[in-house]
Design a protein around this ligand. Structure first.
Ligand code: FES
Length: 117
């Protein structure tokens, strides 16, 4: 009787140990690259990504696949980014998202033209 070989479903990412330098809440931070912002921040020990608008309760990534919205942060000036869906890059400026943020209008140019009339 022979056994069929099995292959592991998951393999570690090659090069995942290379560190990239980012900023988190105005503090320099070296995090593992080749992964999402959420995974990189978690690996660096960050546990507070945002606070809820009403009670201010701390929140951190939960699903890591874009479904729960618990990982919202500001990345390079853009609020409400799902950090689990964005790849980390050197030089990123990331801020935890404290409470509600105003989103930019979907089409700022159209809004300006509307006000010109
Ligand atoms: S961790 Fe759930 S959407 Fe990012």
């Amino acid at each position: 009787m022979s056994c069929q070989s099995t292959h592991p479903l998951f393999k570690p990412l090659t090069g995942a140990e290379a560190l990239v330098d980012i900023w988190f809440n105005d503090e320099p931070l070296s995090v593992p690259g080749e992964r999402s912002v959420a995974a990189a921040l978690l690996a660096a020990g960050v546990s507070r990504f945002r606070a809820t608008p009403v009670s201010g309760s701390p929140r951190a990534p939960y699903c890591m696949m874009g479904a729960c919205f618990e990982c919202l942060v500001e990345i390079d000036g853009v609020p409400s980014r799902q950090s689990c869906m964005v790849q980390v890059r050197a030089g990123m400026r990331i801020y935890s998202q404290e409470g509600a943020r105003d989103l930019p209008p979907l089409n700022a140019d159209a809004a300006e033209h509307h006000h010109d009339r």
